[in-house]
Design a protein. Sequence first.
Length: 131
Amino acid sequence: MKFLILIAAVVAISLLGVTSSTAADAKKKKAGKLRHVVCFKYKEGTTKKKIAEIGREFRALKNKIPGITSFEMGENNSPEGLNKGITHCYLVTFESEEAREAYLPHPAHKAFVALLKPHLEDVFVIDYWAK
């Protein structure tokens, strides 16, 4: 009898879609990809050579910091003129939030920021779970 009550409870919970928020959140995040979008406006006078070096060093972080699954970069070419001076976009994909948390204080990331900072006029960063 207790067994039948237990089965009925499990079936009822399943039909109602009740799960713990932690399990539901984890499942939702696992279905997507954690994206880290970083957009730069370089200071006037920053050479194309320096911008290319910064791009190479940013890309190299994928091989230096665990948990980065992909990296893309590109220069703005939108005809809308709404970029507010931001010219370069970099997209880093992480395997988890823990990987992103490890990335920010990582010595390789800090070294990259030190290279970048003297040439950076403005930056825009947004992270999201892609679906």
